[in-house]
Design a protein around this ligand. Structure first.
Ligand SMILES: Cc1cc2nc3c(=O)[nH]c(=O)nc-3n(C[C@H](O)[C@H](O)[C@H](O)COP(=O)(O)OP(=O)(O)OC[C@H]3O[C@@H](n4cnc5c(N)ncnc54)[C@H](O)[C@@H]3O)c2cc1C
Length: 347
């Protein structure tokens, strides 16, 4: 078997790179072993404003210009709905926060997203003594359904092998790589936190961050916007809401924990007063990098080994742009921007 690319990992990074290959008429095969869950459990939110400090998210405008058409194309290819527009109500904790909001609203980049007023929520199920600021042009991608549908789409075309990629079986040749009888021009590693098992890239400074989410059923809540307070509450239909997420820098397992659930419930009950029941609880590890930028690039010695990783807490917005940057480098020799290129860690 001969292909242009082997891809290891089918999370958001793997989807973004393989979709680019399909658009460019390149051949590929994907290996996926379901060892990591980040893209499956993600809240899927896209939002270009840092909700803690009301500052712009790094590179968000450029990322969204690529990401929104990207998800729209996937919707049309797979004949399904993944992108749900969802305004955000950022609940204020103090008058100081209200003032900071107005200052941020005046900044040019923020005007398309932050409305310059303080809203008052009359919902009896919510406590918001200082009101809220409203963000628009934000939304969520249903990453779980997207991943399921996209994997099925690749299976139907026999482009994905649901098995572990065995690093010892890979050979680097002068102009190609060879893996268990498959010859490919390049290999692209998109393993998320699984990167730490990869002999060629494991030394890159990943600071993986475990996250847990619960889903609650709250029939009396009746909101059609995302609430951001101590945690976020995201409507997903049928009176169900995702609530998240925790950050744990020590626990490296994918398992939901009692401590994670209790933390979410404690934070939720600070502002949600209506009755609810917990119906689901999931966890995954975000592939976060020391400097909070993606890991895109080519191995310094093995030139046919490449990586697309480090999507951190914002994979939905970053993945499509980072995939294009890697492809443009491999196919057209276009330099990868310094702030995302793995060569920044050369020393
Ligand atoms: C709780 C939580 C909430 C989040 N919320 C958001 C959000 O609201 N918005 C947002 O943008 N981002 C969010 N994120 C972050 C987002 O999920 C990540 O940025 C993104 O999913 C990373 O995608 P990835 O493809 O790099 O990694 P992964 O999703 O981890 O995919 C890597 C894939 O590689 C496979 N793999 C690994 N090793 C091997 C191997 N040896 N052989 C075969 N396959 C292998 C794994 O099984 C996995 O499927 C959240 C993450 C978590 C955990």
């Amino acid at each position: 078997m001969k292909v242009d690319y082997i891809i290891v990992g089918m999370g958001l990074a793997g989807i973004a790179f393989s979709k680019k290959l399909l658009a460019e008429n390149k051949s590929f095969v994907v290996f996926e072993n379901e060892s990591q869950h980040s893209s499956v459990v993600a809240g899927g939110m896209y939002n270009p404003v840092v909700l803690k400090r009301f500052t712009p998210v790094w590179n968000a405008e450029d990322q969204l210009k690529i990401a929104l058409p990207f998800y729209q194309e996937l919707e049309s290819t797979l004949q399904a709905h993944y992108n749900y527009a969802l305004p955000i109500h950022r609940i204020f904790k103090s008058v100081q926060e209200q003032n900071n909001w107005f200052v941020a609203c005046d900044k040019p980049l923020m005007q398309d997203y932050m409305l310059p007023s303080v809203g008052t929520d009359k919902n009896p199920g919510l406590v918001s003594d200082f009101g809220y600021g409203k963000l628009v042009n934000t939304g969520r991608i249903d990453t779980k359904t997207l991943l399921k549908d996209y994997r099925t789409f690749l299976m139907d075309k026999e482009l994905i092998k649901m098995e572990s990629f065995v690093y010892d079986a890979l050979e680097h040749l002068e102009d190609s790589v060879l893996y268990k009888g498959i010859s490919a021009g390049k290999i692209v590693f998109c393993e998320g936190y699984g990167m730490l098992q990869n002999p060629w890239f494991k030394d890159l400074p990943m600071q993986e961050a475990k996250g847990e989410l619960i889903t609650i059923h709250a029939p009396a809540l009746k909101v059609d916007y995302l609430i951001k307070a101590a945690v976020f509450v995201m409507p997903i239909g049928d009176d169900l809401y995702k609530v998240g997420a925790t950050f744990n820098w020590k626990d490296k397992t994918n398992s939901p924990t009692l401590a994670g659930k209790e933390e979410l419930l404690m934070k939720l009950e600070m502002f949600l007063t209506c009755p609810f029941t917990v119906v689901d609880h999931v966890a995954g590890i975000r592939p976060t990098v020391k400097d909070r930028r993606p890991l895109v690039g080519v191995h310094p010695i093995y030139k046919n080994y490449t990586i697309l990783n480090g999507l951190g807490t914002r994979g939905v917005m970053i993945a499509p742009q980072a995939a294009n940057q890697l492809y443009d480098c491999l196919a057209h020799n276009i330099t990868i921007p310094k702030d995302v290129c793995i060569s920044r860690f050369k020393s």
